[in-house]
Design a protein. Structure first.
Length: 677
């Protein structure tokens, strides 16, 4: 028996445990040989233990199906156990297991290969959605009335006008039509199938070939009723079609990788997390990394990581060396996730490639270096900030991803509740004064400032900014980066900007006494000044300003208001579910007894975290006569906190609880971010 397949017997059942990837011919041949050996020994009840199999392609599926047919004809059967989530989805997509039974498949449980979904075409889509508790009967009735006479399908109307998500709609369509629904990602398609359809045809028809099994092509589509499209695919490929329902957004994303023309060898990558094992596959040249196809594996690896970071909405990419490996982690929604593990000897080549892209000295490994990279991917420009730091095992690199397409430059889209939004706009309506935005690093302060500046932008006003560095370039605004290397800091630049006849001044951050004093003086002399501070709450910003040496009587006259904010993760819409909190928890947080809260179960779309995307929670304090009288007395922190209890109507925590009751985030997340459980 070949060493690539472990073999054991228990009673009348033989257990085969292949290792590696069922994409590789050697592993496929070893499995075929092991199955032939069992059949020759008249052992016709086989179980495949798949816990060491990372990936399977169309030929691997053919081997499994052919073995199952041979064993069944002899009165035996082929079963499997311990598949990864990726392998389950591959089997579901190719119609050899039922999604409902796959969901119940636990560790060490044995499962049979069989038929896929049975369509429920006698039921209407709306009926299925009601049975699945995705919509109410009242919503369905309203949808039928409103949708008739329009060109929209019922499902499209429900997504647009109710809380039904596109993922839930596809689940209902899947049951109605008997077409499996999966989350398309790397590993769920093979090059042999992709090559059957040209890149131009796939993009025009909005489909992606996934697997070719015998004479059947598994095809990802967002519209299974588009008969002309399906007919054209059959004509172009000469194959029968097996359809898989997938969101159009996922198809579009995967087309970039599928048609890049490059694959990294498995020798470069080890111990990849399930469902992310092909993250290294990607296009090449860093100036137009979507279109170029030639280059070294390291170039492909770096560009593939950048593309994946952009697509997954990562704010930072960490590349960290250690004694036995090099790890790549993405910061998504404020939390780090490990997405790739490399051999340690690959790490220096990756760092050198990134330094070349950032025009830095690749020979300098003892000193920290900072640089900037600009790439074109997915039809848009992405800025990357490069920062390296030498360590005992090599240089650690962090890439800050600045995607202007993902930035929020509209105060209406900051996620503020209506009362807070109206108060914030009222503050921005001041002709002069100081507006401070406070919060810890990574709480979205700069985003709020950019949105405010964009809201105030007009040809009648001279708006000037001082930033370190300039993150996003805005039209009609004079943006100025500080340069500490030549002695041009915030304070010195602010002095000069006051001679430029500004109406509105944005100071990226108040860091010292001199900057604080000049900002207050500018606010007192007829300018609207916006800036940020690192404090825990709104009134804490006043203590910080006075600690910096700003006279209380000046601050009381200059201040217009303070905005404190945090970012909390939102519940993933693809895997959310509602629940009733325990009475003790509801009482502790002051929630209604019948409150229904929302959580995410965890799915591939959210890295199994239950969260996807972030939103802001806010605490806004406008300057009032009572607050001005208090500030003149140079109050202590205790006095400010006592004042806040009576004067601040909506604190960060209460604003977060409102978001919890709306079903947009969780109690655990609000408590984690605010530390006020």
């Amino acid at each position: 028996m070949t060493e690539a397949v472990a073999h054991s017997n228990l009673g009348g059942t033989s257990y085969l445990a292949p290792a590696g990837s069922l994409v590789e011919e050697a592993v496929q041949a070893a499995l075929s040989e092991a199955i032939d050996s069992c059949i020759a020994s008249n052992r016709i009840h086989l179980v495949l233990n798949l816990d060491r199999i990372t990936l399977v392609n169309g030929r691997g599926i053919e081997i499994i199906l052919e073995a199952n047919a041979r064993l069944s004809s002899r009165g035996g059967k082929l079963q499997f156990a311990n598949p990864s989530l990726l392998l389950k989805d591959i089997f579901i997509a190719n119609g050899i297991i039922d999604p409902s039974s796959a969901a119940a498949l636990g560790p060490n449980a044995v499962h049979s290969f069989g038929a896929g979904l049975v369509p429920q075409q006698r039921k209407r889509l709306g009926e299925i959605a009601v049975e699945m508790n995705l919509v109410t009967q009242e919503q369905l009735s309203e949808a039928v009335r409103s949708q008739s006479g329009t060109h929209k399908r019922l499902g499209q109307w429900l997504v647009a006008n109710t809380g039904l998500s596109e993922s839930d709609l596809f689940r209902a369509l899947s049951l109605q039509m008997g077409i499996p629904c999966v989350s398309l990602r790397l590993g769920l398609y093979e090059p042999a199938a992709v090559s059957l359809l040209s890149k131009e045809a796939a993009r025009r028809l909005k489909v992606l070939p996934m697997f070719k099994v015998h004479d059947t092509l598994t095809l990802a589509t967002a519209d299974p009723l588009a008969v002309p499209v399906l007919d054209e695919v059959q004509e172009l490929t000469g194959c029968k079609l097996r359809l898989v329902l997938t969101r159009l957004e996922e198809i579009t994303k995967c087309q970039f990788d599928a048609y890049s023309g490059n694959e990294l060898t498995s020798e470069l990558v080890e111990n990849l997390p399930t469902d992310l094992q092909l993250v290294e596959r990607g296009p090449t040249d860093f100036s137009t990394i979507d279109e170029m196809a030639a280059g070294s594996p390291v170039i492909n690896l770096v560009n593939g990581l950048i593309q994946r970071a952009v697509r997954d909405g990562a704010s930072d990419v960490h590349i960290e060396p250690s004694r036995n490996r090099s790890a790549v982690r993405f910061r998504i929604d404020g939390v780090l996730y490990e997405v790739l593990t490399l051999r340690p000897d690959v790490h220096p080549a990756m760092i050198s490639r990134l330094k070349v892209m950032a025009n830095l000295d690749i020979a300098e490994r003892r000193m920290p270096q900072d640089g900037r990279v600009q790439v074109m991917t997915q039809g848009r420009t992405i800025d990357l900030r490069f920062s390296s730091m030498p360590g005992i095992h090599g240089e650690k690199v962090v890439l800050r991803v600045l995607d202007k397409n993902q930035s929020i430059l509209d105060v209406e889209k900051l996620g503020m509740r209506q009362p807070n939004l109206e108060l914030f706009k009222k503050l921005l309506g001041h002709s002069y004064g100081l507006i401070l935005v406070s919060g810890p690093t990574g709480s979205g302060k700069t985003t709020t400032l950019y949105a405010a500046i964009n809201y105030l932008n007009s040809v009648e006003k001279n708006i000037v900014t001082i930033e370190d560095p300039v993150e996003y370039q805005l039209d009609n605004i004079n943006q100025n980066p500080v340069s500490e290397a030549i002695g041009l800091g915030f304070a010195k630049m602010l002095k000069h900007i006051l001679r430029q006849d500004p109406n509105i001044i944005m100071v990226g951050e108040i860091r010292d006494h001199e900057t604080a004093v000049i900002a207050v003086q500018a606010a007192l002399t007829g300018h609207l000044v916006l800036s940020t501070l690192h404090t825990n709450d709104a009134l804490g910003a006043l203590s910080r300003m006075m600690d910096m040496g700003v006279e209380p009587y000046l601050l009381s006259s200059a201040l217009a208001g303070v905005v404190a904010q945090r970012l909390v993760r939102q519940v993933c819409q693809a895997c959310k579910h509602t629940y009733l909190p325990p009475p003790a928890v509801a009482a502790a947080y002051g929630l209604p007894k019948d409150a229904r809260l929302t959580k995410g179960r965890g799915c591939p779309a959210c890295y199994d975290s239950g969260y996807r995307g972030r939103m802001g929670i806010h605490e806004i304090v406008a300057s009032t006569e009572d607050l001005q009288r208090l500030m003149i007395k140079n109050p202590s922190k205790d006095q400010l906190q006592a004042f806040a209890k009576t004067a601040v109507s909506s604190t960060l925590f209460s604003d977060g609880l409102q978001r919890v009751l709306e079903g947009r985030t969780t109690l655990e997340e609000v408590s984690r971010v605010i530390h006020a459980a």
